[in-house]
Design a protein around this ligand. Structure first.
Ligand SMILES: Cc1ncc(COP(=O)(O)O)c(C=O)c1O
Length: 383
């Protein structure tokens, strides 16, 4: 497998210059992204306004490729600039006067979507945050405890951005369903790294985006809406691309069928073309192969961290961990900066530590090099 995966390294120019261990934050740019963006520019230059005749089908084509990645049926995925906007649109379809108000999430969720929930407190939303007992994981019982007949929805991060903990979406979804709550999953930290099939999950909505494991750059997020639920959802954040007939310029709102009703206004086409290259590579490599490789290299990271006496903040069980490993020690923030200065790209998050990850293009020697540098830095700090 090693040979097959590492053959892709030449497709990612930044790997020639850096030790790239930060795909959990921003995947490396594939060389082929230029050709995809060029297609967008060519259409715009050659066809002007009639470029929409190419871009509209492209929009559906791209969304259907995402659907293929996550096991969703064609037509059940909509594209948008970021997941916060998509989540806001979903929330605007769920919150109604006189109905359930409680939304359950955790203090390990990615904060941006929590801000959307906080802002909706003005409309009566009650955000109940489950507190992690260890800053890294959330026990299933805590979800069970938090759910009740007043729960409108749960917001479940499949992979936790601070620790790489993988939540059991199936089990949480079942619990939420038993209480009649909507199930919204944020899979940004896992799509393209951990295989999943949305049709195997008892969920209504799955959010994700392209700039991490999908190597697609920013501005190309997506949302799956379960087809059997989509037509029950009427977003208050509505717009013409989400209208049944955008070009009828009707004064009345008539929602498009399915996920497309969440499209709001004009889509950001350049980002969708830029994101296609990485998506195609990931589809070709296969998420199962990516998972196997990143688990093997993740174990290598955990072993190195143990031998240096660094605290491992991620779950040790590889089945409960995303592609990311988080290590902490006094001076970790400074060390992350120093690694960057040496061309070893990782990141640091307060309350977590240094986050690092291997993708299909990562060589085991790069992991080795990063930990040799960390050994040097921690030795110096102790002197
Ligand atoms: C779990 C999770 N959700 C969402 C985001 C990003 O949200 P948005 O697309 O709104 O910027 C990130 C990180 O970028 C994330 O880690």
């Amino acid at each position: 497998m090693e040979d097959v995966l590492l053959r892709w390294r030449g497709e990612f120019p930044i790997l020639e210059r850096t030790t790239y261990l930060v795909s959990h934050s921003m995947g490396a740019m594939p060389r082929s992204a230029r050709a995809w963006v060029q297609r967008y520019l060519d259409a715009w230059e050659e066809a002007g306004v009639t470029a929409w005749e190419r871009w509209e089908p492209y929009l559906r084509e791209h969304a259907d490729r995402i659907a293929q990645l996550i096991g969703a049926p064609p037509g059940s995925v909509v594209m948008h600039q970021n997941v916060t906007t998509l989540f806001g649109a979903v929330l605007s379809a769920l919150v109604r006067p006189g109905r359930r108000r409680k939304v359950v999430a955790t203090d390990l969720n990615f904060p941006s979507l929590l801000y959307t929930l906080r802002a909706h407190e003005a409309l009566g939303v009650q955000l109940q945050l489950i507190r992690s007992p260890d800053g890294a994981t959330i026990p299933l019982e805590a979800w069970e405890h938090a759910l009740d007949a007043q729960t409108l929805a749960v917001l479940v991060d499949h992979g936790i951005f601070r620790s790489g903990f993988l939540q059991d979406v199936g089990a949480i979804g079942e619990m939420a369903r038993r209480h009649g709550a909507w199930v919204v999953v944020d899979a940004y930290q896992t799509a393209g790294c951990v295989p999943f099939d949305v049709r195997d999950w008892p969920v209504d909505v799955v959010l994700g985006g392209s700039h991490k494991w999908l190597c697609g750059g920013p501005g190309a997020s997506w949302m799956y809406v379960a087809p059997e639920q989509a037509d029950r959802l009427e977003p208050l954040l509505a717009g013409w691309f989400g209208h049944r007939e955008p070009f009828a310029f009707d004064l009345e709102l008539s929602y498009a069928a399915g996920a497309m009703r969440f499209a709001t206004g004009t889509p950001g086409m350049p980002a969708l073309f830029a994101a296609r290259a990485g998506l195609e590579v990931v589809l070709e490599v296969g998420v199962r192969a990516i998972r196997e490789w990143s688990q093997a290299l993740g174990q290598q990271m955990v072993d190195h961290a143990d031998s240096l006496g660094l605290e491992v903040r991620s779950p040790r069980n590889p089945e409960r961990r995303t592609g990311m490993v988080v290590v902490d020690f006094p001076g970790a923030e400074e060390a992350a900066r120093e690694l960057g200065a040496r061309g070893i790209l990782v990141d640091y998050r307060p309350g977590a530590g240094i986050r690092m990850s291997a993708h299909f293009y990562t060589h085991p020697q790069e992991v080795q090099a990063a930990f040799e540098a960390l050994a040097d830095l921690t030795r110096r700090a102790r002197r």
